[in-house]
Design a protein around this ligand. Sequence first.
Ligand code: FAD
Ligand code: NAI
Length: 473
Amino acid sequence: MSDGASENRFDVVIIGAGPGGYVAAIRAAQLGLRTACVEKDPTLGGTCLNIGCIPSKALLHASEEYARAGKGFAAHGIKLDGVTLDLPAMMAHKDKVVGDLTKGVEHLFKKNDVAHIRGVGAITAKGEVSVRAADGATRVLAAKAIVIATGSASTPLPGVAVDEQRIVSSTGALALAAVPKHLAVIGAGYIGLELGSVWRRLGAEVTVIEFLDRIVPGMDGEIAKQFQRLLKRQGFKFKLGTKVTGASATSEGVSLALAPVAGGEAATLEADVVLVAVGRRPHVEGLGLEAAGVALDEAGRVVVDDEFRTNVDGIFAIGDVIRGPMLAHKAEDEGIAVAELIAGEKPHVNYDAIPGVIYTAPEVAAVGKTEEQLKEAGIDYRAGAFPFLANGRARAMSAADGFVKILADAKTDRVLGVHIIGADAGTLIAEAVLAIELGASAEDLARTCHAHPSLNEAVKEAALAVAERAIHI
Ligand code: FAD
Ligand code: NAI
């Protein structure tokens, strides 16, 4: 137990200051709990702010602007000569955004009176977290409640050792010093397609190698097919149903050994840089969970009940380190909920209403069930779809690719899933999330007045299409 000094006694100690942990800390402090947040890295904000959501979106936006300036503006009567890339300036913009936002979290901690404790945290006894600082000093904190919010890290691929130079994880791919001539991406998921898009737009040839016979597993199949078609049109090359069996890196580049998953002839692929993006795994090493008796599942995630309680009294867990999608907004909502639970309130996270967005061009966004999931569950549904080609605003923006698809219960008309591929899909999905959260019907969406001319009208039209009464198609 701690030395008893009052500065080391807290109601809640949170380990990890990502979007799960830092939001939980702020909410706990707002509720009057004496709160500490332990973070091993020099800056706050976790994966999301430092090496995830924010830097990737800064580069996605910048590279999209570059591509538009190079090719897209001409169709709108804007001629630009000599558009050139200043990669160091693009990276500096990204780094500044990250720096500003991580400092912003420090400011929020001060404002809310959250104690920011620097160092590696471990649970060393019941109600006790020991923190080892960079200089080796150890501080022992006493906590009535402990929240594990230690997030996740890239899953390694056997035989393809990441050196963050030639063979990179997402972290290295966010900081390449030059545009690779040929980027090979292993894994056609969120990271592979977002960061593949960044470097493709900046001039790299991009080949995506995917184990399965489709891209973005988990997304609606029809959307995935359209997505792959549009990415191919942008110059992406795909090798689906293919596994990487080894990699050898030299100072010149990387040679990847490939084999068809279904069996057949092996091949090699030469690339300047290889991005390994085959998923992420929970970060639990060195936390003392085994000694504390905290149970993990077969995927190495901390097991929690509906109220984020582990099997050990007084220890909770949230975010990427537990079950569910590895998304920042999911971690944040759980952070708020766990703080409120510890304070004696009765919050609830609705896992049926968590959107997923891939921030490519066009964007892909989804909430609720896919058509495949409804079929598998034997749920009788009706589908309505509407293409952006028939949306006036999309045509004016030269952004007519993609469509909105709404799946509603055949009997009750309740919205069960919404899937969008198109410009600004990540923003458009918000009304669908609200519809699912509030238990709305497709008719509710269809009868809601949508501003004209807006991209959102495609959502209204898809809702009308569920009842086979779309107006503009
Ligand atoms: P994390 O953000 O991983 O934070 C965990 C924190 O705990 C880290 O700061 C870590 O240093 C700290 N920690 C770990 N162990 C200890 C210890 N023993 N002691 C002290 N501190 C410790 N999600 C989205 O929703 N939208 C996106 O656009 C998006 N883009 C992404 C892009 C990339 C390239 C990546 C990699 C991820 C992206 N994600 C995105 C996922 C998102 O980053 C995560 O879901 C989110 O960060 C999880 O939050 P968390 O708080 O659970 O964990
Ligand atoms: P992912 O799970 O999205 O995709 C991994 C892909 O790799 C899958 O298609 C999988 O089938 C494939 N794969 C697995 N093993 C393979 C192998 N051996 N060879 C070839 N392919 C293989 O994981 P990713 O892209 O690494 O991202 C991790 C997580 O981070 C995402 O699932 C998401 O939760 C989060 N994220 C979210 C973003 C967003 O919200 N916009 C952006 C980036 C990441």
